[in-house]
Design a protein around this ligand. Structure first.
Ligand code: NAG
Ligand code: NAG
Ligand code: NAG
Ligand code: NAG
Length: 179
């Protein structure tokens, strides 16, 4: 069987048969790194806990170059088995083409829709102001992963690399658990 077909079967199994209706989403860690300060830098990137039920994620990437250059976004999904292993997705897309036509990439669209309402990024290029994610609540993520697209239990890492001319200028790692 081809790798593609195995991948497809795996995806179907995971997303449609191992559905848990009472699963819970938790952000466990965040890591934002700027590699090229000429492009920009992270002013913050954190997980705040107000109380047991209200937790949120905020981040701000300050542009040192305006507009933000055209960039590629590489998304890799990891799942912890014995250490984190690549899991299902390793996708690269042109960010400007994607925001102009999110339907072109359903996986990235799912992720983008998970935070864009809490950000100032839902518009077409160019990006001329600092990129902000403001108080993305865990409750919202919980709804998305448990009702819209159920994931199986486990520890996950969503990793994003942002690059221009094949050189990575920033990365973000979002760790979360579904239990
Ligand atoms: C954060 O990400 C950077 C870049 O990928 C990596 O070098 C660093 O070790 C990470 N830090 C933590 C605490 O995981
Ligand atoms: C948690 O904090 C939010 C925001 O301050 C508040 O609206 C909510 O009532 C609090 N929940 C509990 C259980 O204290
Ligand atoms: C993701 O895909 C790129 C391009 O095909 C490849 O170079 C890279 O090694 C892959 N990363 C992982 C973690 O599989
Ligand atoms: C993003 O923008 C598009 C087009 O303007 C709009 O249809 C969509 O509802 C917006 N999404 C969010 C989460 O605001």
């Amino acid at each position: 069987m081809s790798a593609k077909r195995i991948n497809l079967i795996l995806a179907i199994l995971i997303f449609y048969s191992i559905i848990k209706t009472n699963s819970r989403f938790e952000f466990t860690n965040l890591n934002c790194t700027a590699f090229d300060l000429r492009v920009g830098e992270f002013e913050n990137c954190n997980l705040k806990s107000i109380n047991r039920s209200y937790k949120y994620v905020s981040g701000k990437y300050k542009l040192n170059q305006i507009p933000l250059p055209r960039m590629k976004v590489n998304f890799i999904m990891w799942k912890r088995l014995n250490g984190y292993r690549p899991f299902l997705y390793n996708i690269t897309a042109d960010a400007c083409k994607f925001v102009e036509n999110p339907k072109s990439n359903p996986v990235l669209k799912y992720i983008f829709d998970s935070f864009s309402a809490y950000s100032n990024m839902n518009h077409s290029c160019p990006y001329t102001s600092d990129l902000i994610v403001e108080r993305l609540p865990i409750g919202f993520m919980n709804l998305r992963v448990t009702e819209i697209l159920p994931f199986p239990e486990g520890n996950y890492l969503f990793e994003f690399h942002f690059s221009r001319r094949k050189s990575i200028f920033a990365s973000t790692q979002v760790y979360f658990t579904i239990s």
